[in-house]
Design a protein around this ligand. Structure first.
Ligand SMILES: NC(=O)c1ccc[n+]([C@@H]2O[C@H](COP(=O)([O-])OP(=O)(O)OC[C@H]3O[C@@H](n4cnc5c(N)ncnc54)[C@H](OP(=O)(O)O)[C@@H]3O)[C@@H](O)[C@H]2O)c1
Length: 238
């Protein structure tokens, strides 16, 4: 299997991990579709660095915009071979203080949008015989983090969605998940630093290491589906 010439949409691809995934897919020869929400300048830069990749703007909180996004992809490429659901939100709250708005802020993007992107992506993939879906979950969907109960629930949801959809869409479409541990950027806080200190690998991960796992699933045969690969320096084993 090769990604050469494959049309692959990456959500939230303007910067950070999404950008790392997009750059790697472009280096593998894929025709990358770069989705962004607010980060237009960064998305344009990522698109240039991917060899003038196509850009798509959408607020994934709204299913109507997800619908428009996949229609635009269909119009511009005529097919979809791969989908990487990377876009997400992250907030920290004491669970005793979480409001309905805080809950919906996380779940609308982290879980609802992932489901509808999978649904619309799968419909498009099936028009050309099938494809590959990779959902970026989190170590927080495997291990409980006290100040992130809402986020952890959304990412655990992504993992179960991955497993359920892998059965529903087999064998034409595989659905797998990559669960990053701590992938630090400039805004890392003290809790993130403490997690790195207890990571057996003794460091945080990189977007390139997450991208390695994504590429593995995008290239794998239909025999590998419904799986979750933690890219966490061993943190999930503690
Ligand atoms: N960084 C980590 O340590 C870590 C750890 C575990 C899991 N993860 C997971 O890895 C993935 C990438 O992480 P990251 O830290 O690179 O993510 P991030 O920077 O927090 O978010 C990625 C992108 O999601 C997009 N996004 C947010 N809300 C959106 C909306 N309503 N509509 C459309 N797009 C929206 C944003 O796009 P715009 O900027 O264009 O608005 C943002 O750039 C996420 O799924 C995250 O949960 C990250």
């Amino acid at each position: 299997m090769s990604l050469d010439g494959k049309v692959i949409l990456v959500t939230g691809a303007a910067k950070r991990i999404g950008r790392g995934i997009a750059l790697r897919l472009a280096a593998e020869g894929a025709r990358v579709a770069i989705h962004y929400h607010h980060s237009e300048l960064e998305a344009r830069q990522t698109a240039r660095d991917c060899g003038n990749a196509e850009l798509f703007q959408a607020d994934l909180e709204k299913v109507a915009e997800i619908d428009r996004l996949f229609n635009d992809v269909a119009e511009r490429f005529g097919r979809l071979d791969g989908l990487v659901n990377n876009a997400a939100r992250f907030t920290r709250f004491n669970p005793l203080d979480i409001t309905e708005q805080d809950w919906d802020f996380i779940h609308s993007v982290n879980l609802k949008a992932v489901f509808f992107c999978c649904q619309l992506g799968a419909r498009l993939m099936l028009e050309s015989g099938g494809g590959r879906i990779v959902n970026i979950s989190s170590l927080g969907g495997i291990r409980p983090w006290a100040d992130h109960a809402h986020y952890c629930a959304s990412k655990a949801g992504v993992i179960m969605l991955t497993r359920a959809l892998s059965k529903a869409l087999a064998p034409a479409i595989t659905v797998n998940s990559v669960a990053p541990g701590v992938i630090p950027f400039e805004d890392i806080d003290s809790a993130g630093k403490r997690l790195i200190e207890v990571t057996p690998a003794k460091r945080g991960g990189t977007p390139a290491e997450v991208a390695d796992a994504v590429v593995y699933f995008l290239n794998a045969s239909e025999f590998i589906t419904g799986q979750v690969l933690a890219v966490d320096g061993g943190l999930s084993q503690r």
